[in-house]
Design a binder for this molecule. Structure first.
Ligand code: SF4
Length: 351
């Protein structure tokens, strides 16, 4: 394994398979120590970035992502919802800001945004931006023109996950290709937006696929600014509903390796956090995760209630200087005001 820049500020884009496999194979304490050392070079180890995710259009997606309850191909009893009104989205963003979120992510279950929806989507970006929050969207595939318009409206981040390794990908999605995904990420980057891209673990992939996914992300010419690492949430009606459980240590190892490979990126704990114990989440933070989604639901799957997150942060001394102007309870009430507009989840990714 290359040793020269293990602990310097160098950010590499030339990771080789065996190097990454060697990291995965380290004794846990060595791996965690290495990841925490890298983490401290670039981040305050006691700060975790907090984002709120809102589903602005839920369900009826034409794609066939095997993990996703929003696909129209699976009978998941998910209530479909139309694109939300712009004003309603802004109200939710205000509530999220008051509860301590600094970034507001808006997700729509589309293959790609339709031209007729673009004016509304752009107005949402402008409205949330005017609140002084960072903006993020996940709307599916983007061409150059749509990427450009979103960037001009003030969109800071665009999420589009690679999901898994190129080799395992065809077992999970057939309606769009891996290279379609890479092309969207390129369009996003070319338009000047920050890239949020990661994957999902626990879909039946092997270790080599976790290595393959992280290598794809880490060997991009520029690392994604945010790297969501999701744990599969097995939703009834989806093809992956009976998938076996992922060993928590495999998940923690992947977080640590992501931190080492992409030292300056925010590594985000996303879907699946509801099923993680506090101890597991704290090990993930030690391994270098420094971003979470906040709020009751992540698009359509449960997410730990905001006050549970705050309790955990208190216990761990995380974000002790964070200003919260509105109690999470009130946030939950506001988020729940209109059931038809409830928050829900896409693995932080319509895509
Ligand atoms: S992950 Fe995104 S693209 Fe895939 S089915 Fe779900 S909403 Fe559609």
């Amino acid at each position: 394994m290359r040793q020269s820049n293990e602990f310097d500020n160098g950010v590499r884009h030339d990771w080789q398979y065996q190097e990454v496999a060697d990291l995965f194979a380290l004794p846990m304490n060595d791996l965690l120590f290495k990841a925490q050392t890298v983490h401290r070079q670039h981040f305050d180890p006691n700060q975790v970035q907090v984002s709120t995710l809102l589903s602005i259009k839920t369900g009826a997606c034409p794609e066939d992502c095997a993990y996703c309850p929003q696909s129209a191909r699976y009978d998941t009893k998910l209530e479909k919802e139309k694109l939300m009104e712009v004003e309603a989205v802004i109200e939710k963003a205000k509530a999220a800001k008051a509860a301590g979120s600094d970034r507001f992510c808006m997700g729509a279950a589309w293959r790609s945004p339709h031209e007729r929806d673009m004016p509304y989507v752009l107005a949402m970006v402008k409205g949330v931006k005017d609140l002084g929050m960072e903006t993020c969207m996940t709307l599916g595939m983007l061409d150059e023109s749509k990427s450009q318009r979103l960037a001009e409206a003030g969109l800071d981040y665009y999420n589009h996950n690679l999901d898994t390794s190129p080799e395992f990908y065809k077992d999970i999605i057939t309606t769009r290709t891996y290279s379609d995904r890479l092309e969207t990420l390129q369009n996003v980057r070319d338009a000047g937006m920050k890239v949020c891209s990661g994957g999902i673990l626990g879909m039946g992939e092997e270790q080599k696929d976790r290595i393959g996914l992280l290598m794809q992300l880490a060997n991009m010419p520029q690392h994604p600014d945010s790297v969501p690492i999701n744990q599969l949430v097995k939703v009834e009606g989806t093809p992956l509903e009976t998938e076996g459980d992922l060993d928590p240590f495999d998940f923690i190892r992947a977080i640590a390796v992501a931190r080492i490979l992409m030292p300056k990126s925010h590594v985000r704990l996303s879907a699946g956090r509801e099923e993680m114990s506090e101890e597991m989440q704290s090990m993930c933070f030690f391994a270098g995760a420094n971003s979470i989604f906040y709020g009751e639901c992540l698009l359509t799957t449960p997410n730990p209630a905001a006050n549970k997150d705050q309790d955990l942060f208190r216990k761990l001394g995380i974000n002790s200087d964070h200003k919260v102007t509105q109690q999470p309870k009130e946030l939950e009430e506001i988020l729940a005001q209109k059931p038809a507009e409830k928050e829900s989840m896409f693995y932080n990714a319509a895509g």
